[in-house]
Design a protein around this ligand. Sequence first.
Ligand code: AMP
Length: 423
Amino acid sequence: MDPVRSVKGMNDVLPAEIAAWHLVEDRFRATVERYGYREIRCPVVEPTNLFVRSIGEATDIVEKEMYTFVDKGEQSLTLRPEGTASIVRAYVQHAGWSDAPVARWYYLGPMYRRERPQKGRYRQFYQLGVEVFGDPGPLVDAEMIDMAVELVRGLGIERVAVAVNSLGSADTRARYRDALVAMLQPHRAALCPDCQRRLDQNPLRILDCKVPGCREIAAGAPVILDHLGEEDRAHWEGLRRALDTLGTPYEVAPRLVRGLDYYRRTLFEILELGGELGAQNTLLGGGRYDGLVAELGGPPTPSIGFAAGLERIVLSLPAATVPNDAPTVLVASTGPVTQEAALTAARTLRRAGISVDQDLRGGSLKSQLRRADKVGARFALIVGDEELGRGAAVLRDLAKQTQREVALADAAASVRAALEGER
Ligand code: AMP
């Protein structure tokens, strides 16, 4: 029978790859918790209309990419394509504003979009995200962008571009939309079929189109920054001043629009420039979504957030940043008599906080030591008949190719001393 395979675009993360994932997850948690964010976990499945209302009907995600199904003939449900909609739903449902005027929440978990899979783009992918509710900015916008840069750089990903733009408020967008449509209308026939539709439904998205003909036309489009209203402009200038004060590197990207409808004012992305990711080099993206909480039934609440793609960050990590997750010690035994003593010795080491690998099937000492090599253990603790009689074992340093006898009772201290000696 043919073995069952995973769904296209949905990948296993194998134990050999997990150290990099843990590193990114741990760093993310540690970083955002230092900034006062607390974790929220929402369901992976939500009512479909949550995403239609928040992300926007005329977006690629809602039009083409959602995994939607009817739950036993009752309700249309969707596997979440992104995190913000669920977090906002939860904020409204649990009156998140009642605890404190400003809430800082973070999340991480899998998201689902039926996109065409390629390197850095999957149908199940993980996002790390943050949201701040209740602060109109612009200082919090700058702080968030700066925190994102710190996170990425702290992981050793140095070659990045930070792109920042403002989409203005709803008024600005309406005015800009008119200007954009007026400019693009004469070029309608030359646009790709998707953009011809976007021209009527969501013209800003034309600025995002990757088709060369559309890009050429869009290059002549007016920029939204020239259409900002007075308050939008004050916010935008406040953001730039704060970024300058913090010394956060950034570039103004007047054509940055991003694919979700709910954004207002501040918009930003961090792009990886090392070339590892090719076209899918946006490590993270976010922005302000001041209207969304009210749109989903809550009080008017200024809000901002970003989401980072875990796989893309992992793919961009320099090898040197990924910690070694090999066990420190492999405990081996020479035969049936010493096997049980070896079991106890391994437990003693583990209780002392040392990671231990052991092949409990026994087998020849040679094969056990081969395994030590394979898993990359630093030491082998060999429990042999003769030494065991003296309450001792042989501690072999596999890197230095040296060995000495140690008292079993002191094995953990001996391993520690050997490791300390290297620092
Ligand atoms: P978005 O939710 O579209 O703003 O995306 C935020 C981040 O999530 C992107 O910058 C990517 O790093 C990541 N991302 C979005 N879609 C995918 C995907 N299909 N596969 C992998 N990562 C993705």
